[in-house]
Ligand binder design. Structure first.
Ligand SMILES: [Zn+2]
Ligand SMILES: [Zn+2]
Length: 153
């Protein structure tokens, strides 16, 4: 773990981070003016609380540049393109949804072993198709606002 910097003058890389974050803050909080956004960003970048660091890391990770598949790449229409290249063209989306349906069906087919500790969760009810008493209850709790959604329970 790199130690917390107390330097008053941020390095060039830090300045860049601050700039990026300031822009981001202005995007999500339009009320901020440039100065406020920059203050907020530099406080957070130079002396951030632990959970903020985590949030930022995942934000940066999500915004990482992705490799892009060219239009004529023959890998379109595969889950590989969908997952590893983040391609969201129709054939890739279709490949992914087919694969996830298939994964779901396989799971439902095999069900959950009796001693699995996921019984009694909404996950077990939907993704594993378990209809034991505990799972049915979990599903019903989930829809307490609209019981029509679990007509079959
Ligand atoms: Zn594609
Ligand atoms: Zn169950």
């Amino acid at each position: 773990m790199p130690r917390r910097r107390s330097a008053v003058k941020p390095s060039r890389q830090l300045t860049k981070h601050i700039e990026t974050m300031a822009n981001y803050f202005q995007d999500v909080i339009p009320e901020l003016d440039v100065h406020q956004a920059r203050m907020l960003a530099s406080n957070l970048v130079i002396d951030p609380p632990e959970d903020v660091i985590l949030a930022l890391r995942s934000m940066i990770w999500l915004q990482r540049p992705r490799k892009v598949l060219r239009d004529d790449d023959e890998r379109h229409g595969t889950t590989h393109a969908y997952t590893n290249f983040g391609c969201r063209c129709e054939p890739c989306k279709e490949a992914n949804s087919k694969a996830s349906t298939k994964r779901r069906l396989t799971r439902v087919e095999h069900g959950l072993p009796e001693d699995d500790d996921r019984h009694g969760t909404y996950n077990a009810y939907t993704n594993y198709g378990c209809r034991c008493q505990a799972c049915k209850l979990a599903a019903r709790d989930r829809y307490v606002g609209d019981p029509r959604d679990v007509r079959s329970v």
